[in-house]
Design a binder for this molecule. Structure first.
Ligand code: FAD
Length: 327
């Protein structure tokens, strides 16, 4: 791989127009593995305060600010066009989170630059050697990249966050970018975020997973109380999404989000390969399912066989009696 003279790494800052997503600190750690100067790119409308917020992260040199009304939803089409000359001239590597935005942007940019992108990277072994899951997470492969620039989406939860800047450290330089003249072919109309006040699933330390087996209405108060008492973030399977038990943006798995919590409690989840693809980095898995042969028990550290309608109220009672439970 031939590197550009002044090669750098560019990291896309994930944000929701209100605040910078803390997973940005994890993407920066990943960027440092390339041993090149690291810059951030923040794109959107009215984002100057977010650019200043991003400058708190340690280990970065510059923040490129692409501010324009067409970027209000950080349109991947416009952003890819804006990034193409930057990547050709200055950057060796572009990193984005493996969320829906990164999934839309990285392949577009790759097509414009005529290179192969790498998606869902879980580990950077060397600047040209990466790990990613295949076959719905059933196996991991190591891939050597031989083209330049390297474009990839990362499963941010797999990387530790970079510390915030130390006092006295030189603050990152903020550089405004020229807006693109490209007219977008698609326009953002409206959006609705569910459970918007929940911390992000990808980095939550405790997750409560809802499956199709938890559909009974009388279970809901127990599940909500359990999530509250554990400080857990709620997610679910595709079946739970299809049944309307959890919103689409909280689906965990191959076509949803990847999580890496310390504790993952599954309620009425069978353990299909596509769901397991998103939980392979969970440290301790507790499964409750009425079917003793459910595949989830093969990956669970603790399993409870029983009907949730009987087991969950009992589980809550036992939990309430724990000496260090504040509730
Ligand atoms: P089910 O398979 O219906 O299982 C329900 C479980 O609950 C059963 O094991 C049952 O024993 C138990 N149960 C039922 N009632 C009770 C009760 N009262 N008490 C206790 N236990 C009970 N799935 C995902 O989750 N994420 C993905 O990203 C994803 N992507 C996919 C992509 C593709 C291309 C395809 C083909 C499928 C994908 N799926 C995904 C779907 C996946 O294959 C499974 O269908 C899904 O994960 C099953 O969800 P579930 O375990 O909630 O439901």
């Amino acid at each position: 791989m031939t590197r550009k003279d002044a090669a750098r790494v560019l990291v896309l800052v994930p944000h929701d127009n209100q605040a910078v997503d803390p997973i940005c600190a994890r993407l920066i750690t990943a960027a440092q593995a390339f041993r090149l100067p690291v810059d951030l790119l923040i794109a959107g409308s009215d984002i100057n305060s977010l650019a200043r917020e991003s400058a708190r992260f340690g280990g970065i040199e510059r923040i490129l600010v692409a501010e324009h009304e067409t970027l209000v939803t950080a349109s991947p089409e416009i952003l890819a066009a804006l990034l193409t000359p930057l990547m050709q001239q200055q950057y060796e590597v572009f990193l984005a989170p493996a969320n829906s935005h990164g999934r839309e942007l990285v392949p577009r940019l790759a097509a414009l630059l005529d290179v192969s992108p790498l998606t869902d990277v879980t580990r950077i072994i060397a600047p040209d050697l990466f790990e990613r899951p295949v076959h719905a997470g059933a196996a991991l492969v190591e891939i050597r990249m031989e083209s330049s620039p390297e474009l990839m989406s990362l499963r941010a939860a797999n990387f530790p966050p970079v510390p915030l800047q130390e006092a006295g450290e030189t603050p990152a330089q903020i550089i405004p970018l020229e807006p693109t003249s490209q007219i977008p072919r698609a326009a953002f109309v409206t959006g609705q975020e569910f459970f918007g006040d929940q911390p992000p699933l990808e980095t939550a330390p405790v997750v409560l997973g809802i499956g199709g087996g938890a559909a009974s209405k009388d279970l809901f108060p127990h599940m909500e109380r359990l999530a509250e008492q554990l400080g857990a973030v709620i997610g679910g399977t595709r079946t739970a999404v299809e049944m309307g038990l959890v919103p689409n943006n909280l689906q965990i798995g191959q076509t949803g989000k990847s999580i890496a919590p310390r504790l993952y409690i599954t309620l009425g989840i069978s353990g299909a390969a596509q769901h397991l693809a998103g939980i392979r980095d969970a440290q301790t898995i507790v499964a409750i399912n009425k079917d003793p042969d459910a595949p989830i028990f093969k990956v669970a550290n603790y399993g409870l066989v029983g009907d949730l309608r009987d087991v969950l109220p009992q589980f809550m009672e036992v939990f309430k009696k724990q000496p260090n439970n504040p509730n």
